[in-house]
Design a protein around this ligand. Structure first.
Ligand code: C2E
Ligand code: MG
Ligand code: MG
Ligand code: MG
Length: 281
């Protein structure tokens, strides 16, 4: 009797797993067709601002996928599906190409806007990656120092030697790297010492209750000090209110990003902001 129950539990598990696999496969098939479709995959650009003046210091490119039947699908849903396949390489290339063309368009209009692109572990560790980035910079004529990449601690730690080599190659082209979601992964002091990175992005989970929670404040303040002592820029992500912005000013954090300053914007909306700033300057 017990064996039979176990078997039915097992079968139920198998059925759910198969559905899950089927759902992932159909999402992948749709993605394969979506990657090169400018109506489906687009980029939003979220301003990064100086904590002390509120001035725009750059933007982060964030992928958006509008599925023809399902509507908007969050990158939190489709990036992990892509990440276990080689389709990730094509996706990263598409995002880089779009971001650099936009940067070129802004340059041509007189706006120097540094752009940060999120790069997953699979792409960072792809031996072709640094050469692909160099080729896209050459093709668009965007100076390397206008591009940075955001990588997670996981991407850096899964194969540190390859990651370090890739980051060194990129640095030779002027491309800087940030550690994204800092504080949520395996932060090893050893690697912080040897990684060729320029920026730490403190995860929004530490930033959100900064003004009310003493331990979050202590962690953010210590991370800002650690970053500065290592010669790094420190960014706080997920700044949602003036209280958090004020706390970051007191702490001396360099850069902030979050709904309090600006949501991720379409290229058109960001361009309008750039033009407005010019007019008032
Ligand atoms: P991330 O790189 O840490 O990006 C920050 C996320 O926080 C974005 O979510 C952004 O829209 C959101 N955000 C910004 N300000 C606030 C705020 O004040 N409050 C809150 N609650 N959220 C805020 P999004 O756009 O949904 O992206 C989620 C994640 O998906 C990104 O996290 C990144 O890891 C990944 N992702 C997005 N685009 C790409 C891409 O082109 N390539 C890769 N590999 N990953 C991407
Ligand atoms: Mg990011
Ligand atoms: Mg982040
Ligand atoms: Mg995050």
């Amino acid at each position: 009797h017990e064996a039979k129950q176990q078997r039915s539990g097992f079968q139920r598990f198998r059925t759910e797993q198969r559905l899950d696999v089927a759902a992932r496969l159909s999402l992948l098939g749709d993605l394969r067709r979506a990657i090169d479709d400018p109506d489906q995959v687009t980029l939003n650009y979220q301003p990064k601002v100086a904590v002390d003046t509120g001035a725009l210091v750059g933007v982060e490119a964030l992928a958006r996928w509008t599925h023809p039947e399902r509507g908007p699908i969050s990158p939190a849903e489709f990036i992990p599906v892509l990440e276990v396949t080689n389709l990730m390489h094509r996706f990263t290339e598409r995002v880089l190409t779009t971001a650099l063309r936009q940067t070129r368009t802004w340059l041509d209009a007189g706006h120097r806007v540094p752009v940060a692109v999120n790069v997953s572990a699979r792409s960072l560790l792809d031996p072709q990656f640094p050469a692909t980035v160099a080729a896209l910079l050459a093709e668009t004529g965007v100076p390397g120092d206008l591009l940075s990449i955001e990588v997670t601690e996981y991407a850096l730690m899964s194969d540190p030697d390859t990651a370090i080599r890739a980051l060194q190659h990129l640095r030779e082209a002027g491309v800087k790297a940030s550690i994204d979601d800092y504080g949520t992964g395996y932060s090893s002091m050893t690697y912080l010492k040897v990684l060729p990175i320029a920026e730490l992005k403190i995860d929004r989970s530490f930033v959100q209750d900064l003004a009310h929670d003493q331990s979050s404040r202590a962690l953010v303040a210590s991370t800002v000090e650690l970053g500065h002592r290592l010669g790094l820029t420190v960014v706080a992500e997920g700044v949602e209110d003036e209280e958090a912005a004020e706390a970051l000013r007191e702490i001396g954090c360099d850069t902030a990003q979050g709904y309090h300053f600006a949501r991720p914007l379409t290229a058109e909306a960001l361009t309008a902001r750039l033009e407005e700033t010019l007019q008032t300057a």
